[in-house]
Design a binder for this molecule. Structure first.
Ligand SMILES: C[S@@+](CC[C@H](N)C(=O)[O-])C[C@H]1O[C@@H](n2cnc3c(N)ncnc32)[C@H](O)[C@@H]1O
Length: 216
């Protein structure tokens, strides 16, 4: 997916991936894991997800999002004040509990997201086609060398029945992508067949969401 695709989505308000409620698996999954809560939470490809506000109860949250519009809406829709500064190729949106690097995730440097204890991926990996998923994971590892925990919400459907995004990412692929991890645990599953995925209904014969806890 090229950057232009996502920027157009935001400009044209084609944001059916956005959820108007906290992801139902998030509290369930978080209650099952442990991580170093003195460190920050990182949310790559964060959109304007309300989950970031929920995660802020655990400390500082740092998002990374391409679209300036998404970042502005993220704060404005919650009536939160924020400041913006230019830093290298990014704009840094700053707030007392949630900050966002606005720009290209693939251009982020490790020092920009230092000291991360937990990574939260909802609709980030599955937003990307296969080759970009490999690059995404390599960049995640470079940005967060560990020790770190990742909560990954993935999605599976018969690949030939729909072209993404969201892309189908099987459990097998998750295990291959994160083959450097010290542990990969499947914590929860939701059968979404015939049901909505955020605001969208997909015409697929099977749709399953899986929550993984990955540590490295
Ligand atoms: C499917 S949406 C998911 C957003 C959010 N995680 C959520 O759950 O609502 C994917 C997001 O990734 C952003 N994005 C895509 N490519 C990006 C990149 N290279 N750097 C930063 N953000 C990117 C898009 O603008 C979009 O908001």
């Amino acid at each position: 997916m090229q950057s232009e695709f996502w920027l157009h989505c935001w400009q044209q308000q084609r944001t059916g991936f956005h959820q108007y409620e906290i992801h139902p698996l998030l509290p369930v999954v978080i209650s099952q894991l442990s991580w170093d809560q003195s460190k920050a939470v990182f949310a790559p490809l964060s959109g304007k997800s309300l989950d970031l506000w929920w995660l802020a109860r655990y400390g500082k949250v740092i998002g990374a999002e391409l679209s300036e519009l998404a970042c502005q809406q993220f704060y404005q829709q919650q009536n939160q004040s924020f400041s913006v500064s230019a830093q290298d190729d990014f704009q840094y949106f700053s707030h007392q509990s949630v900050d966002i690097w606005q720009g290209d995730y693939f251009a982020l440097k490790p020092e920009q997201v230092a000291d991360i204890g937990l990574i939260y991926d909802r609709a980030a990996l599955i937003a990307l086609p296969a080759q970009m998923r490999i690059d995404y994971v390599q960049q995640l590892k470079a940005l967060c060398p560990g020790p770190v925990s990742l909560v990954l919400l993935s999605l599976e459907y018969p690949e030939h029945e729909m072209s993404g995004p969201p892309f189908s990412v099987t459990e097998q692929e998750v295990r291959q992508l994160f083959d450097f991890a010290s542990s990969i645990e499947l914590l929860a599953m939701r059968n979404l067949t015939g049901r909505l995925f955020a605001q969208r209904q997909f015409n697929v014969s099977k749709l399953v969401e899986k929550a993984f806890w990955i540590q490295w």
